[in-house]
Design a protein around this ligand. Structure first.
Ligand SMILES: C[S@@+](CC[C@H](N)C(=O)[O-])C[C@H]1O[C@@H](n2cnc3c(N)ncnc32)[C@H](O)[C@@H]1O
Length: 271
């Protein structure tokens, strides 16, 4: 890649995305956008940004692939198992103290996060799972369609059976057919999926347990506090927030959150 192409070429691709792809690059940090675009360029053997821009202009399929790459939806059942272990006492306490526990997985990607929550609550004998109600949202319609279908496959790089390891047994919750795992209806019925943009759409209210994992890392600093204000406004006082393992509460919001399990990024909202 020529030096001249560098940042300027990247900016041109980003401007093109802004105009032609249903995605708002302004929310996300430049390093993240650069990495995702570079990955697509490599897949298409594009020598530099100009060549890649040409491919984008003439190839609808590449525009779709770039959109997929940008709305990165990597996820898994029980992603970061330590967090799920630390969540058990929180779930036990919430389901003992409250008649209804309103949980929200935002963003939920292909649904494995909210389904993990339902399965864990059902699997743990000390959690009253009948009190749990789960809302799951994402900006991506495609991710939500996959989430509603609830069908996952073991591939060369993803072992679904292994992901379900934190459960005492997974058969009550998923039907296994070779490499294909279908989430059973009683688990699916506990989750309500909806489309929501966490930056543009307003807050929910009175949420007891809010997961916002692995989105903040991609968001530009200028939008982070706004997004956090939405999360804060959605939580009831005393509710819990879980962020991703490499994410933190922005400095301006720290006074309102006390760590419950620091390594797992579980916080209690003190209001
Ligand atoms: C890496 S996944 C995280 C999924 C899950 N929380 C986890 O940690 O495994 C990030 C998700 O954020 C969604 N997303 C990106 N921008 C968003 C926005 N502005 N509002 C809501 N969801 C967004 C993407 O579609 C993607 O599904």
């Amino acid at each position: 890649m020529s030096t001249l192409d560098g940042d300027d070429g990247l900016s041109r691709v980003i401007r093109y995305v802004e105009d032609e792809v249903p995605f708002e690059p302004g929310y996300y940090n430049q390093a993240y956008l650069g990495r995702r675009i570079a990955a697509r360029m490599q897949r298409r053997d594009a020598e530099d940004h100009s060549e890649y821009l040409g491919i984008l202009r003439r190839d609808d399929d590449e525009r779709g692939k770039l959109l997929d790459a940008l709305t990165i939806n990597v996820t898994g059942f029980f992603r970061d198992p330590d967090m799920w272990a630390d969540l058990r006492p929180v779930l036990r306490e919430l389901s003992a103290d409250r008649r209804r526990v309103d949980a929200w997985s935002a963003p939920c990607a292909d649904g494995r996060e909210p389904y993990s929550l339902v399965m864990l609550a059902t699997d743990d004998p000390e959690v009253n799972e009948r009190r749990l109600s789960v809302t799951a949202s994402d900006i991506s319609e495609e991710a939500l369609a996959a989430a509603r279908a609830g069908v996952y496959e073991t591939t060369r790089t993803t072992d679904i059976g292994e992901q379900l390891g934190p459960l005492s047994a997974y058969e009550p919750y998923v039907e296994e057919d070779g490499n294909v795992f279908r989430v059973r209806d009683p688990v699916k019925e506990r989750v309500t999926f909806e489309t929501r943009d966490l930056i543009d759409d307003g807050p929910r209210s009175n949420v007891d347990l809010l997961f916002c994992r692995n989105l903040l890392i991609y968001i530009d600093t200028a939008f982070k506090e706004g997004l956090f204000e939405t999360l804060q406004a959605s939580l009831r006082e005393g509710g819990y927030l879980v962020v991703g393992k490499t994410e933190t509460v922005p400095p301006g919001c720290r006074d309102s959150f006390e760590p419950v399990a620091k390594r797992s990024r579980i916080y209690r909202y003190t209001g």
